[in-house]
Ligand binder design. Structure first.
Ligand SMILES: *Cc1c(COP(=O)(O)O)cnc(C)c1O
Length: 298
């Protein structure tokens, strides 16, 4: 396959599955025993804390940095003799932020031998700088210590419904994963679609360019409305507004037919088409001015 030969990665470095969610579960089933600790930053993709608990392991979450990024120094400080996995989601979901490839690489190289790094790169194709490189680089260079990289066709490729994910790791890790992997977990149709999608890199480039423009429009608009917005490199935006997040989700959904998510004191919205983004900002403006008027009159 052209994509992988370009990376210099051979078939014995790859395992595929029905979405990277399946790969996340597989990693937990294979590598976690009861009482093992798993270090990660929070908030991050929910499947990780779930996978840790499902396997009787211990969650060791550390907060993101003040600018909503994975705090690799804090993660390193949280590692003990019992740590089995260190999880990095880069770019992170729900924040859309990323840390540099060099930082992750240094973190991985500095880990004690008993800790396996797991790097989830579901959104890596959206990034647009040389700084944010994939950890496939290490595997490509022949890195022979444990390292697990997770990828998916569900995000920039837009094929979430077809369920195509993959994991790239040194062959010893892949051998372990193959031992309990279901043999036929991806349909031929999904495989064929993923291979065709991979060939159309012009389309990926177009999606990426449009996303950058749409994201800038939304980020600027939200900041103009006084929201505190994380620096996203993805197709979604994590922000704090004057409206309680669950309340905001409800109003957006019921009154404007716009879907978004709530996370404690922050909200997340995904970039849409230009007219959808415009409608979202105008709805935000209306809701914020209403709420502010209520507060003033109360
Ligand atoms: C969406 C997502 C996944 C899982 O996607 P699949 O559809 O199961 O491939 C994994 N990790 C992150 C960070 C995601 O955002």
């Amino acid at each position: 396959m052209p994509f992988f030969s370009k990376c210099g990665i051979t078939l014995d470095h790859i395992i595929t599955g029905s979405g990277s969610s399946t790969m996340i579960d597989l990693v937990g089933e294979i590598f976690l025993n009861i009482g093992d600790e798993v270090v990660y930053c929070t908030p991050t993709y929910e499947a990780f804390p779930d996978m840790i608990s499902d396997n009787g392991a211990v969650r060791v979450p550390v907060p993101l940095t003040a600018d909503y990024k994975f705090d690799l120094d804090a993660m390193r400080a949280a590692i003990t003799d019992k740590t089995k996995l260190a999880i990095i989601v880069n770019p992170n979901n729900p924040t859309g932020t990323c840390v540099s490839g060099a930082q992750i690489e240094a973190f991985i190289r500095g880990l004690p031998d008993h800790v396996i790094p797991v790097v989830d790169e579901a959104y890596i194709e959206f990034t647009n700088s040389d700084e944010t490189y994939s950890m496939l680089k290490l595997i490509n260079e022949g890195y022979d210590r444990p390292l697990i990289v997770l990828r998916t066709f569900s995000k920039i490729y837009g094929l979430a419904g077809l369920r195509v994910g993959y994991c790239i790791a040194p062959p010893e890790i892949i051998d372990e994963m193959n031992k309990i992997d279901q043999a036929w977990n991806m349909s031929k149709l999904s495989q064929a679609a993923a291979v065709e999608a991979m060939k159309d890199q012009d389309y990926i480039k177009m999606v990426k360019e449009k996303t950058i423009l749409n994201r800038k429009y939304l980020v600027d608009g939200l900041r103009d409305l006084g929201c505190e917005v994380a620096d996203s490199v993805t197709n979604f935006i994590y922000f704090r507004s004057p409206i309680e997040p669950k309340e905001l989700v409800k109003i957006m959904n019921e009154r404007y037919d716009i879907l978004m998510s709530a996370f404690d004191d922050r909200s997340r919205v995904t970039c849409g088409l230009p007219e959808e983004n415009k409608a979202f900002l105008s709805a935000m403006r209306g809701i914020i001015s209403e709420t502010t008027a209520e507060i003033i009159s109360a």
